[in-house]
Design a protein around this ligand. Structure first.
Ligand code: BES
Ligand code: MN
Ligand code: ZN
Length: 487
C-alpha cells in the first residue's frame, strides 16, 4: 500500500474518498443526505465504524466512506486509530478501487494521530498473493494507493518513521509466511543481504565450518539431520555513540521444525514453517532501525537451522557439547529451539559483549496454553529490563506478560549423564525452557526471553493484520529502542 501526501486532490479525483469522523459531530459540508443517511444507519463515529454512501459532486460519482475513530482522549487512542485505518483498508482492499483519497481537512487530529491511522491502514493492506494464480477479478486486491490531503502539520515527518516500522513488519511477515521450501537458512540470509543492501547495516554470517570451529555442538546437532546447511547471522546497526556497547536481539530461526527423530504428528505440522518467527522479527526490527537511522547500537542475531529426521539426525539420548562448554543430553529432538539459541547466545556474548540481551523464540506450545494469542510470555533475570520491555509492549501493541523463573524450576533440568537435559517435565514447559536458556547467560547480563509461539501466526484477521503472519515483535523491539536507547 503506497501512501502519499498532497496539498490538493489530484485531477481526475479518485472515485473513492474517505473522511474521518474523530469528533462527536460529522465534518461540515457533507450535505443533508449524507448526514441523515449516516444517522439513519446508526453511524456514530465509533472506532473502526464505517459508513459508505454515494454522492454526486460536480457531475461525478463519489464513493464516500466515513470512518469513525472513537473517543479522542484516553488510553487506547493509538490502538483505536490504527484499528480504524485498518478497517478502512480491509473494507476497500478488494473493492475494485485502486486509489483512495483520504481527506483529513476538518479533523481535529494531531500529526502523530494521523500517522497512527495511516500505519494501521498500511499494515492491514499487506498480504501474500504470489502463490495464487487463480484469484478471480473480485478476489484480487485492487487498492494500491492512499492519497492524503489536508494532513495535520507534522504528519509527513512522523510518517517517515512509521513507514520504516511498516517496512520492517512487512519484511518479517514475508519471511514468516513463505513456506520452508523457499525460506531455509541460506535463503533467509540471501533475503536479508538483499534487503539490507545500502542501508548501512553490517551483516556477519557464519557457515557450518566456522560454527564447528567455534564448538557450536548444540546448534549443529539440530542441523545435522537436514540437507539444508545452517547459518548464524548477525545484523549490526551502529547508530550510537562510539564505543557504546550494543543491545542484542537474538531470534530462533528454525526454518522448519519437523521435530526431528522425536517427530511431530502430521496434523498441523505445516505450521512449523513459521518456527523462524523469532529470527524473522529480529531481521524486520533491524530493518526498521536501519531505515529510520536509529541513534542506537543494536545487533540482531538469527540462529538459522532446519530440524529434520534423516539418517544422520541426532537421536534422543545423544549428548552434545555447546559452545559454552556445557553439555546437554538431548532427551527430545523436538526441543530444538533452545539448542539453537544456547549457541547463538554464547556467540553473541563473546563476539559483541552486549549490555543487554532480548531473545525471541517460538519456543513452546505450552506458552499458548498459558497465554493464548494475546500476550507473549516474558522471562527475565532483570526487573529493570523487564519493566522497559513491558511498557514497550503496551505502547506498541505487541503485548508481553511476565512469567516466573527460579531455582526450583531450574533443578528440573538435571541429567543423569550430562550437565543438563534439554527438556523438563510436561508441566511448566515454557518455564523450564526459559531456565535452560538462562544457563547460557554469562556474568548476570540483563536478559529477557520472549516466548512468542502464540503471536507469530493468526488464524483470523486481527487489528492490523489479515490472517497469517502478524509481524509480531518488530514494533515491540523498535519501541524498546526508541524509548530506552535513543537520545
Ligand atoms: N516450535 C515448537 C514450539 C511450537 C509449537 C511453536 C506450536 C508454535 C506452535 C518447539 O520447537 C517445540 O517443538 N516445543 C516442544 C517442546 C517439548 C518437546 C518439550 C513443545 O512445545 O511441545
Ligand atoms: Mn520443536
Ligand atoms: Zn521449534
Amino acid at each position: 500500500m503506497k501512501i502519499t501526501f498532497a496539498t490538493a486532490a489530484p485531477e481526475p479525483q479518485p472515485r473513492l474518498q474517505a473522511r474521518i469522523v474523530d469528533q462527536a459531530a460529522l465534518p461540515s459540508g457533507l450535505g443533508r443526505v449524507v448526514v441523515e443517511g449516516a444517522t439513519a444507519a446508526r453511524f456514530a463515529g465509533k472506532a473502526a465504524q464505517l459508513f459508505e454512501t454515494f454522492v454526486e459532486r460536480d457531475g461525478a460519482l463519489v464513493r464516500l466512506a466515513l470512518v469513525g475513530t472513537g473517543e479522542r482522549s484516553g488510553n487506547g487512542r493509538q490502538e483505536s486509530l490504527e484499528r480504524s485505518g485498518a478497517a478502512l483498508v480491509a473494507k476497500y482492499l478488494t473493492s475494485g478501487e485502486e486509489r483512495l483519497l483520504l481527506d483529513l481537512n476538518s479533523t481535529a487530529m494531531a500529526g502523530r494521530e494521523a500517522a497512527s491511522f495511516l500505519l494501521g491502514a498500511r499494515l492491514r493492506g499487506w498480504r501474500l498473493d504470489v502463490y495464487r494464480t487463480k484469484l478471480t477479478e473480485e478476489q484480487k486486491p485492487t487498492l494500491k494507493e492512499i492519497i492524503v490531503i489536508g494532513a495535520p502539520p507534522g504528519t509527513d515527518e512522523v510518517w517517515e518513521t512509521e513507514a520504516a516500522v511498516a517496512e520492517g513488519v512487512e519484511f518479517t511477515r514475508r519471511l514468516v509466511a513463505e513456506p520452508a521450501n523457499t525460506i531455509y537458512p541460506q535463503s533467509f540470509v540471501a533475503q536479508c543481504r538483499e534487503r539490507f543492501e545500502g542501508t548501512g547495516a553490517e551483516l556477519i554470517v557464519l557457515d557450518e565450518k566456522e560454527m564447528k570451529a567455534l564448538g557450536m555442538g548444540a546448534l549443529l546437532g539440530v542441523a545435522q539431520g537436514s540437507a539444508k546447511p545452517p547459518r548464524l547471522m548477525a545484523i549490526r546497526w551502529n547508530g550510537g555513540e562510539r564505543g557504546q556497547k550494543p543491545v542484542a536481539f537474538v531470534g530462533k530461526g528454525v526454518t522448519f521444525d519437523s521435530g526431528g527423530i522425536s517427530i511431530k504428528p502430521a496434523a498441523g505440522m505445516e505450521d512449523m514453517k513459521w518456527d523462524m518467527g523469532g529470527a524473522g522479527a529480529v531481521a524486520g526490527a533491524m530493518l526498521t532501525l536501519a531505515r529510520r537511522k536509529a541513534r542506537a547500537h543494536v545487533v540482531g542475531i538469527c540462529g538459522l537451522v532446519e530440524n529434520m529426521p534423516d539418517g544422520n539426525a541426532q537421536r534422543p539420548g545423544d549428548v552434545v557439547t555447546s559452545m559454552s562448554g556445557q553439555t546437554v543430553e538431548v532427551i527430545n529432538t523436538d526441543a530444538e529451539g533452545r539448542l539453537v539459541l544456547c549457541d547463538a547466545l554464547t556467540w553473541t556474548q563473546r563476539e559483541f559483549k552486549p549490555s543487554a540481551i532480548v531473545d525471541l523464540a517460538t519456543l513452546t506450545g505450552a506458552i499458548m496454553i498459558s497465554l493464548g494469542s494475546e500476550y507473549a510470555g516474558m522471562f527475565s533475570n532483570d526487573d529493570d529490563l523487564a519493566g522497559k520491555l513491558d511498557s514497550a509492549g503496551k505502547t506498541s501493541g505487541d503485548k508481553l506478560w511476565r512469567m516466573p523463573i527460579g531455582a526450583a524450576y531450574d533443578k528440573l533440568l538435571e541429567s543423569p549423564i550430562a550437565d543438563m537435559k534439554n527438556v523438563g517435565p510436561r508441566f511448566g514447559g515454557s518455564i523450564t525452557a526459559a531456565q535452560f536458556i538462562k544457563r547460557f547467560i554469562e556474568n548476570g547480563t540483563p536478559w529477557a526471553h520472549l516466548d512468542i509461539a502464540g503471536m507469530v501466526w493468526a488464524d483470523k484477521p486481527g487489528t492490523t493484520w489479515d490472517k497469517g503472519a502478524t509481524g509480531f515483535g518488530v514494533r515491540l523491539l523498535d519501541r524498546f529502542v526508541r524509548d530506552n536507547l535513543e537520545n
